[in-house]
Design a protein around this ligand. Structure first.
Ligand SMILES: Cc1cc2nc3c(=O)[nH]c(=O)nc-3n(C[C@H](O)[C@H](O)[C@H](O)COP(=O)(O)OP(=O)(O)OC[C@H]3O[C@@H](n4cnc5c(N)ncnc54)[C@H](O)[C@@H]3O)c2cc1C
Length: 388
C-alpha cells in the first residue's frame, strides 16, 4: 500500500494523484489475471477502501475528502489508464452519495453518508430494465403503497456492482398511470432483504472483473422513509439529476483509455522494426500517433471545461454531453488504431491493447448513448443561439 487513508486525506490533490500513481504501478501487473478470468478483484477493492478512494467526493463533515468534480475526473482518468473496471467500482458509489447529498432528507444524510464515506456501504444505481434504458419513463418496476411500507415488483438489468454493492438507488413507478409518466416515478434507497433477488452475472465483452447483474423484486417490502427525499413523484428528476456528473465521469474514463491506447502504441512503435527501422519512423504510423495524441488532448480539455462548470454550480449538460461524446469516441478510435499499430500482436491476448478494444465501446453506451448526446447537444446549440 502506497499511503494509508488518513495520510491521503491530509494531502493536496497533486499529492493524491502521485500517491495513486504509485499504487497503480503495483496494480498494473495484476490486471490481466482479473480481466481474463472475469474475477472480482476483492483484494484490490479492499486496498481501494484503505486508500480512501471510496470517500473522495463525500463531504469532510461525513468523513469524506470533499473532492470536487475536476479532481475526481483526474482520479478516474488515472484509474482507467490502468484498468477501467477500477473506475466502475467507485463510480456508482460516488453517484449514490451525490444523490443523497443533493436530494436526501436530513435523516437519510445522517443515516447513510458517513457509512458510505467509510465504505461500510457500497453504493449502486438501479435504473435500467430489460425493456427500458434510454427511455427511463418506460420502466415497469412498481412500488405499491401498503400502510407504512411499499411493495416492489419488477426487474432491473445491467446493474454495476449489483452483487458486491449494499445500498441501491432503485427507480420505480409509484403511479404507472401518471401523465406525464415521469411524475409517477419514485427513487428508493434499498438494501437487500426478502424478495430482493440478484439473478446472476451478465457475461460481457469487456469491463470485466466488475459484475453487471440482473435484479428482480418479488413482493420486496421497503419502508416509506426510504423514499429518496421523502416524497413520491421525484424519481425521474433524481435519476437525471446525476447525469452531468455521470457523463463527466464517463468522459474522464475515455481520456484514460485513449491515453493508455496511445502510450502502448508509442512504446510498441519504438521497438518493432520493419524494413530496417522502427515502425514509428514510417509516416503512416506517425500520422496515426498524431491523430491519437490530438484526440487525447482535445478530450482532456473538454472534460476539464465541463468539470470546471460543474464545480462552479453552472449548467453544464451540453459541455458534459460534448465531453462524453468526444472522449468516448476517442477511446474507441484510439483503441482500434493502437491495435493496428501492434499489427498481429494487437489481436493476441498477450498485449493489453486487446482489453482497451473490448472496454472502450461501453463508454459510447453508458450514461446516455452517444446518439442521445448528439440530440441533446443539437437542442442546446439551437436554444443557446436563440438567447443570443
Ligand atoms: C456494462 C454495462 C453497465 C451498466 N451499468 C448500469 C448501472 O449500473 N445502472 C443502470 O441503471 N444501468 C446500467 N447500464 C445500462 C445502460 O445505462 C443502458 O444500456 C443504456 O442507457 C442504454 O439503454 P439500452 O441498453 O436499453 O438501449 P436502448 O435504449 O434500447 O437503445 C438502443 C439504441 O437505440 C438508440 N436510441 C434510443 N432512443 C433513441 C432516440 N430517442 N433517438 C435516437 N436513438 C435512440 C440508442 O442510442 C441505442 O443506439 C449498464 C450497461 C452496460 C452495458
Amino acid at each position: 500500500m502506497a499511503v494509508a487513508h488518513t495520510e491521503l486525506s491530509n494531502i493536496d490533490n497533486r499529492q493524491i494523484l502521485s500517491a495513486l500513481d504509485d499504487w497503480l504501478n503495483d496494480i498494473k501487473p495484476l490486471v490481466k489475471h482479473f480481466d481474463h478470468n472475469d474475477e472480482y478483484p476483492s483484494e484490490i477493492v479492499l486496498q481501494m477502501k484503505e486508500l480512501g478512494l471510496f470517500c473522495l467526493m463525500y463531504p469532510v463533515e461525513y468523513g469524506g475528502m470533499g473532492m470536487n468534480a475536476s479532481s475526481y475526473a483526474k482520479v478516474i482518468t488515472r484509474l482507467s489508464e490502468t484498468w477501467m473496471s477500477l473506475a466502475g467500482i467507485i463510480n456508482t458509489h460516488m453517484m449514490l452519495g451525490q444523490l443523497i447529498l443533493r436530494f436526501g432528507t436530513d435523516e437519510q444524510k445522517k443515516q447513510f453518508l458517513g457509512r458510505l464515506a467509510r465504505a461500510e456501504l457500497h453504493g449502486v444505481l438501479c435504473l435500467t430494465e430489460p425493456d427500458a434504458g434510454t427511455d427511463l419513463q418506460g420502466i415497469k418496476t412498481t412500488a405499491v403503497s401498503d400502510g407504512n411500507d411499499y411493495i416492489i415488483n419488477g426487474s432491473k438489468m445491467w446493474i454495476t456492482n449489483g452483487l458486491h454493492g449494499s445500498l441501491y438507488a432503485l427507480l420505480t413507478k409509484t403511479n404507472p398511470r401518471a401523465n406525464p409518466a415521469h411524475k409517477g416515478m419514485t427513487m428508493f434507497l434499498a438494501e437487500r432483504g426478502e424478495g430482493f433477488n440478484v439473478d446472476g452475472k451478465i457475461s460481457k465483452l469487456g469491463y470485466r472483473g466488475l459484475e453487471s447483474v440482473a435484479l428482480s423484486f418479488d413482493d420486496y417490502r421497503i419502508s416509506r422513509d426510504r423514499i429518496l427525499g421523502g416524497e413520491e413523484g421525484f424519481g425521474f428528476k433524481h435519476a437525471v439529476g446525476g447525469l452531468e456528473l455521470g457523463r463527466i465521469n464517463v468522459a474522464a474514463r475515455g481520456v484514460g483509455l485513449a491515453k493508455a491506447a496511445l502510450d502502448h502504441a508509442v512504446d510498441y512503435s519504438k521497438i518493432r522494426t520493419t524494413f530496417g527501422k522502427p515502425i514509428c519512423e514510417h509516416q503512416s504510423i506517425q500520422i496515426k500517433l498524431a491523430d491519437m495524441a490530438t484526440r487525447v488532448e482535445a478530450a482532456r480539455l473538454l472534460v476539464e471545461q465541463a468539470a470546471e462548470k460543474y464545480d462552479k454550480g453552472e449548467r453544464c449538460d451540453m459541455e458534459a454531453g460534448m465531453a462524453k461524446l468526444f472522449a468516448s469516441e476517442a477511446a474507441l478510435e484510439n483503441s482500434t488504431e493502437s491495435m493496428r499499430v501492434h499489427g498481429g500482436y494487437g489481436y493476441s491476448k498477450e498485449y493489453e491493447v486487446e482489453r482497451f478494444f473490448r472496454d472502450s465501446p461501453l463508454l459510447c453506451i453508458g450514461e446516455g448513448t452517444n446518439e442521445i448526446q448528439k440530440i441533446l447537444i443539437a437542442k442546446q446549440t439551437i436554444e443557446r443561439s436563440k438567447l443570443g
